[in-house]
Design a protein. Structure first.
Length: 635
């Protein structure tokens, strides 16, 4: 919508613009997409109308094109009559916002009086000869022309004082973050409010497709203190089809009241605010619910309200969850948790920290089922004679099954009363994402492990080595000790937490500063400066027994026994010294003759300096390195 300086906030993530657009598009509960496959060039092409699927049979120039035979002949002639308008208007046979036209379209041609008159004549003829006839979906015969007529009215609207097109004026409005921040002289202007009133008055405009326009008109009317200005959208021109009552899984409904929000209802009824929004299409704004709407409340769970600085790590810390548990309980959260905050604008701040509806306990010993079918076996038994076990399948097993051709994981699990996580623990060759394809016909799998399998799955924390306390900024160039300078400020922070984060990213060296900031790398960087351990005295915010750096110091660790250090070669240097050599003589030779910053006196008589060679490491030759950038000079 090029002519409006602000429409709605654009969210990261999110994935939620699709939800907003889908909700906005199904206006007034019609539950359909108002579109058409009918086009025009010099005539209207009477193809399928709103609610149809634009397949081959709906396309012009096809033998299947026309659904027009349903109408009397006189009506057919009226529908296919010549319309004298700019060809660009052929695109206006569906609901859309009509703003500034593309550069290659002349607004004077579009707004030619002859076009408006031609459309008006076409609509009059259709009304006369088609009467109450409708398309197969119940839309009036002249619905296409009504959309085009609305497009012309909006596009050709002009300011009464200046004669300028309103679209051109609105296009130059101040860019604003929201309706509330729009300047009053723009929001309340005659051309802006006039445009919104024009859209509100017609069921063929985009007004009933996006709450932005209704909200904008309400704000404008309020600021101008106008009275008797309707703001409610008109019903869709497409009749609603009878639909079955919506299914409500919880069987608990609620009628919204003034002041309700997704967050307030989520906290009151112990449910997720996102589940309220996503599960109820009639809720189009989580913070501004329409009063009197019946909604289905989702399944209950234990909830947590996100704070403005929360991350998945901090949520896990405060709730006792693992960071990887948050997404399965709240499927709208992205894999890397990057939309946790941005999505709250749309979905609210209340999340589930336990499974909605309660946790499913698959162990049939806790149900009324036969206790003989516990998913665990009491004792291990040998596999069947001649069986070929799947790779790495546990031997601590009391029940075995040989996979047959055509088996899938669901059949195996249900038949043997074992959960998928336990089945994968007992049979590591099967992965969760491809459990059916991982099953090999003819191979034998454990379907009743003993409880010893659980203890086998415990993995020790990988060992690490501490390499000391390093200055955060070693010189005036503000270089970091570790490359990954964008620190991860996580809650809770500990040596293991930082270690886990860095190792998952493929880094082998990690460092912690100020008790809360985690840095990663594969080596110490040049100019790293080790300092006294007293400078690293801040305890980790997630484990007070750990020391996690200091205000200007990083505690450095690695999973390797020896830490790699970045260095630069200064080249290969040699110098054949005279029989009598001294420090002064070597310094003079290397500095004056070889112009080198370095020299070395070996065994009191061998002076090495300033000659670079292609090969280093031989007798009387040394390759010199430095770990300080200031010492790196051109060869």
């Amino acid at each position: 919508m090029p002519s409006f300086p602000w429409r709605r906030p654009i969210y990261d993530d999110l994935g939620f613009s699709q939800i907003l657009d889908a909700k906005a598009y199904g206006a007034k509960g019609d539950g359909k997409t108002d579109g058409t496959a009918g086009l025009w060039d010099t005539h209207f092409r009477a193809g399928g109308t709103a609610g149809t699927d634009p397949t081959v049979k709906d396309c012009p120039d096809s033998e299947y094109t026309i659904d027009i035979d349903r109408f009397p002949e006189a009506c057919q002639n009226a529908l296919t009559a010549l319309v004298r308008c700019d060809n660009y208007t052929e695109e206006w046979t569906i609901p859309s916002y009509h703003g500034v036209l593309p550069r290659d379209v002349d607004v004077e041609f579009v707004c030619d009086e002859g076009c408006a008159r031609s459309i008006s004549d076409w609509r009059s003829a259709v009304d006369t000869y088609c009467g109450n006839a409708t398309w197969h979906d119940g839309a009036a015969a002249g619905v296409l022309g009504s959309f085009v007529s609305q497009g012309i009215n909006e596009t050709c609207q002009t300011d009464k004082k200046t004669g300028k097109y309103c679209n051109d004026i609105i296009y130059n409005f101040t860019l604003s973050e929201s309706i509330d921040k729009m300047p009053t002289n723009e929001l309340c202007s005659d051309y802006y409010v006039g445009r919104l009133k024009m859209m509100q008055a017609s069921p063929f405009s985009y007004y009933n497709r996006d709450l932005f326009y209704e909200n904008a008109l309400k704000k404008g009317v309020k600021r101008r203190s106008l009275s008797n200005v309707p703001t409610t959208a008109k019903d869709s021109p497409f009749p609603s089809e009878p639909s079955e009552p919506a299914f409500c899984l919880s069987d608990v409904t609620y009628t919204t009241k003034a002041g309700d929000t997704c967050d307030s209802l989520a906290l009151k009824y112990s449910v997720s605010s996102a589940a309220i929004f996503i599960g109820n299409p009639d809720i189009r704004n989580c913070t501004d619910m329409i009063e009197g709407v019946s909604i289905c409340l989702p399944l209950q769970c234990k909830t947590y309200k996100l704070q403005e600085d929360d991350t998945c790590m901090s949520v896990a810390y405060f709730t006792g969850l693992q960071p990887d548990d948050i997404r399965p309980l709240n499927p709208w959260v992205h894999e890397l948790c990057g939309n946790l905050q941005s999505a709250t604008i749309t979905l609210g701040r209340v999340i589930c920290i336990t499974p909605p509806g309660g946790e499913y306990d698959h162990d049939v010993n806790t149900t009324n089922s036969d206790p003989a079918y516990s998913e665990y076996a009491d004792k291990a038994v040998p596999p069947p004679s001649g069986a070929t076990l799947a790779t790495n399948t546990t031997q601590d097993c009391g029940r075995w099954y040989t996979v047959q051709k055509g088996d899938d994981y669901a059949r195996v699990l249900v038949q043997h009363h074992i959960s998928l996580p336990l089945f994968i623990q007992a049979n590591p060759s099967v992965s969760e994402g491809s459990c059916t394809t991982d099953l090999v016909p003819g191979r034998t799998y454990c379907v009743g492990p003993t409880r010893e399998v659980l203890t086998q799955q415990l993995k020790p924390v990988p060992p690490y080595t501490r390499f000391g306390c390093f200055a955060r900024e070693a010189d005036t160039t503000n270089r970091s000790v570790l490359t990954l300078a964008d620190a991860q400020h996580v809650k809770p922070m500990s040596i293991v937490a930082c270690q886990s984060y860095c190792l998952r990213q493929g880094w082998t060296v990690w460092g912690i500063q100020n008790g809360d900031s985690c840095f990663c790398d594969n080596q110490l960087r040049m100019d790293s400066q080790i300092i006294d351990n007293s400078k690293c005295s801040v305890h980790c915010n997630g484990n007070t027994t750990n020391v996690c750096g200091g205000k200007d110091a990083i505690e450095v660790f690695s999973d390797q026994d020896m830490i790699r250090v970045q260095y630069a070669s200064l080249g290969c240097y040699s110098w054949k010294s005279p029989d009598e050599m001294s420090v002064d003589a070597c310094a003079s030779l290397c500095t004056v003759t070889k112009k080198s910053d370095f020299f070395a006196l070996w065994e009191g008589k061998l002076c090495t300096c300033g000659r670079a060679g292609d090969i280093c490491g031989g007798k009387g030759v040394a390759e010199v390195f430095t770990t300080k950038n200031k010492n790196v000079v051109a060869g």
